[in-house]
Design a protein around this ligand. Sequence first.
Ligand SMILES: *[C@@H]1O[C@H](CO)[C@@H](O)[C@H](O)[C@H]1NC(C)=O
Ligand SMILES: *[C@@H]1O[C@H](CO)[C@@H](O)[C@H](O)[C@H]1NC(C)=O
Ligand SMILES: *[C@@H]1O[C@H](CO)[C@@H](O)[C@H](O)[C@H]1NC(C)=O
Ligand SMILES: *[C@@H]1O[C@H](CO)[C@@H](O)[C@H](O)[C@H]1NC(C)=O
Ligand SMILES: *[C@@H]1O[C@H](CO)[C@@H](O)[C@H](O)[C@H]1NC(C)=O
Length: 465
Amino acid sequence: MTFSWFFIMVFFLHFCFFFLVTQGRLNIHAEPNHLHIISRISFPPSPAPDEAAISPSYSAGPVHYTANFFNVRSFGAVGDGTRDDTQAFKMAWDTACEAEEPAVVLVPEGYSFMIQSTIFTGPCKSATTFQIDGTVMPPDGPKSWPKSYSKRQWLVFYRIDGMKMQGSGVIDGRGEKWWNLPCKPHKHGNNGTQNSGPCDSPAAIRFFLSSNLTVQGLIVKNSPQFHFRFDGCQNVHVESLTIKTPAYSPNTDGIHIENTNHVKIYNSLISNGDDCISIGAGSYNVDIRNITCGPSHGISIGSLGNHNSRACVSDITVSDSVIKTSNNGVRIKTWQGGSGAVSRVIFQNIQMDTVRNPIIVDQYYCLSKKCENQTSAVYVSNILYSNIKGTYDVRSAPVHFACSDSVPCTNLTLSHVELIPSKGKVVRDPVCWNAYGTMLTQIIPPVLCLLEGSPLTMRQSEVLC
Ligand SMILES: *[C@@H]1O[C@H](CO)[C@@H](O)[C@H](O)[C@H]1NC(C)=O
Ligand SMILES: *[C@@H]1O[C@H](CO)[C@@H](O)[C@H](O)[C@H]1NC(C)=O
Ligand SMILES: *[C@@H]1O[C@H](CO)[C@@H](O)[C@H](O)[C@H]1NC(C)=O
Ligand SMILES: *[C@@H]1O[C@H](CO)[C@@H](O)[C@H](O)[C@H]1NC(C)=O
Ligand SMILES: *[C@@H]1O[C@H](CO)[C@@H](O)[C@H](O)[C@H]1NC(C)=O
């Protein structure tokens, strides 16, 4: 065989291989415009297609074999932690989103992808999975954030029905430079003052007006602001997540939901600098189970009723969880002047470890300490605290029910609550103000300040939710 024949054979084999691979992927798509996108991306510059694009090597997660895989690297993402890979992610998403069968956007292990603030938009033709096995991160801090991009959000998933975000990878929000902005309470000793200056900081991952979402197994750390924000969503399942951010990071709520219903948050570890989970207005049917929080600010309903707004939150259950080294345990916080109601809330089987306010209702929530007293408030009722045990930090009373002057809390029920100091002397007097409720068992410490029965002034007609 002469040299030129050999060369031609090699070329031919190479071509066949390439053709089969491309063909295999193209068969999936029927529409011409998809053919165009894929063929444009699959051919040069690289002489051979990325192997991971054909046969993903990972085996984690219940990804079905029938799924189409769209590896961001085969769309041109570099993954060296420096190069801007936004366009490749967008193309991979758009292609997956247009696929007729369930599709997977694959972010492969062993690479670090730098992505600008991006909105991944649906609806998609079929269920879509974002499989993150590598690292994904934003530009490093406010100075590297393009001026024209929103500083309030980083990765946004918008109008999507049926999506999974999962994997063994890391989403690193690189928050440090945001936390150090002069407007933030300073991390080295918050003296209560806030300097002026731009303060917007991006939430790491926001799902907006979407439904049937699963987020599973990822590590999310160092978000500039909230780690997850679900806003206007339905049927959300968060499972086996790890959120890890320093206690000194301001405003870094772990999972925040608002106007969102049918939510399950299970089996996750959260340590951060603000609420571990926060539940905002318009949320109902939320089940939170087996969460370990701390250090954190605990699990909160609220804040609600800011700027005289109306807020309705109901049917919330928090159970089988641990809250440690936190300045709150289970909290309901509302501003004065709001309206609406928080009702049918169950906090049960919760272990507290060195928590400053293990059980707290605060209807005088105010950031500036200059809030005027007002006559309306969000009505808090039917709250059950059952089997809440452990230790508190004696700087505050372990049970604190500060209800509104004008709208008392009603039907607060305590059962099997046992809270003792982690060290130091017992705080004898729980705080109650305008709080109606009962103790079903002996409570430690006894909450003798609860008012019995129900207030005469309350009329059901006043409560509209
Ligand atoms: C409060 O902290 C800020 C930022 O650390 C600092 O600039 C300011 O001087 C401090 N104010 C007082 C009264 O200590
Ligand atoms: C979500 O999933 C449910 C069943 O799992 C399905 O009935 C529904 O159509 C899906 N989409 C929306 C928008 O709820
Ligand atoms: C609770 O969650 C942890 C992860 O945080 C997990 O390891 C453990 O198996 C879960 N427990 C149950 C009973 O599911
Ligand atoms: C608001 O009401 C509370 C409870 O009655 C009272 O302790 C507080 O002094 C009042 N604050 C103002 C600013 O009037
Ligand atoms: C009081 O709350 C409990 C649950 O915490 C509920 O079972 C009960 O029905 C409520 N009572 C009234 C009168 O609403």
